[in-house]
Structure formats: structure tokens, C-alpha cells
Design a protein around this ligand. Structure first.
Ligand code: CA2
Length: 148
């Protein structure tokens, strides 16, 4: 049996993780997260691919690619969470589980961050658990896929 493939998609500015604003987003880089997710994925029997783009259309295309190649999406749409109907529409074409992750607790921050379009599609939302949120999402993804 091939391992289920999980795509971890990251939106704008998350390429700067670990390099700027560590007081909000922590010290781990996106490469550190990708490595930790690959190790945990291995333990959970999941293959993990971590991607990032600063462009809305590119994220839409990553979701279209995931339709053909992935059994689950973990997504931190970053600022596009709060603006992008296009990303919501793309996720609505994906038939398998979607988990939304925010490193910071968006509900403790400015009011414009309190609403996420993506949450309307997400099976689950994790916010405020730091970069560990990606690993929590991966564990929950494994449970969802096991439950079928
Ligand atoms: O908490 C999160 O994960 C966010 O999705 C991060 C977004 C923000 O717009 C959302 O409201 C909440 C911002 C990502 C910016 O990433 C940076 C990383 C390091 C340094 C500067 C920005």
C-alpha cells in the first residue's frame, strides 16, 4: 500500500520564519518545520511535502496539484486567510481532509485577523500553538485518514 501523501502549504512571508519577528512566530525556519514534519510523517506512515509561495494564484495552483497528488492538505494561508475567496474556492474542490494552521493565536491579535475564509472549508483549525501546530495538524490528519 502506498503511503498517503500530505501537502503542507504555506502562504506569503512564511519563508521569513525564524529570520524576522521571532517574538510572534518563533525561531524555527520553514526548513526546520519541513524536516520535523517529514520525521513525524515517517512515524505516522505519511509522506509529507512542504511548499510555500508569496503569490495567491500560485497557492491556488498548489491546491489543484494536491487534488491529483495528495490525500490531505495542511495549510497556513498566512495573510490570505483573511482575504482570499480564491483559496477557499480551490480548497472546496479538494475532496480529502484540510487542516488550517496559524502559528500565532489570530483571535488574540488585530480584529482583521479574527476571520479566516479558509476556516469555512477546514476540517480543523489550529491557532496559537507555535510551529508545533503543524505537527499537531499532522497527527490529527493521520487520525482522520485512519478513520476513513
Ligand atoms: O499566525 C499565523 O500563522 C499567520 O497565518 C501568519 C501570517 C498572518 O498574516 C496571519 O494573520 C497569521 C503572517 C505570516 C508572516 O510570516 C512572517 C514570518 C516571519 C517574519 C515575518 C513574517
Amino acid at each position: 500500500m502506498p503511503m498517503p501523501v500530505i501537502h503542507i502549504l504555506n502562504g506569503p512571508n512564511l519563508n521569513l520564519l525564524g529570520h524576522r519577528q521571532p517574538e510572534i512566530y518563533g525561531h524555527e525556519t520553514l526548513d526546520d518545520i519541513a524536516r520535523a514534519a517529514a520525521v513525524l510523517g515517517g512515524e505516522l506512515g505519511l509522506e509529507v511535502l512542504c511548499r510555500q509561495s508569496n503569490h495567491e494564484g500560485a497557492i491556488v495552483e498548489m491546491i489543484h496539484e494536491a487534488r491529483k497528488a495528495a490525500q490531505g492538505i495542511i495549510i497556513n494561508p498566512a495573510a490570505y486567510s483573511h482575504t482570499s475567496v480564491a483559496i477557499l474556492d480551490a480548497l472546496n474542490t479538494f475532496d480529502s481532509p484540510v487542516i488550517e494552521v496559524h502559528i500565532s493565536n489570530i483571535h488574540k491579535r488585530e480584529s482583521f485577523r479574527h476571520h479566516s475564509y479558509v476556516s469555512a472549508r477546514a476540517n480543523g483549525v489550529i491557532a496559537g500553538c507555535g510551529t508545533e501546530g503543524y505537527l499537531l495538524a499532522l497527527r490529527h490528519m493521520a487520525s482522520l485518514l485512519r478513520a476513513g
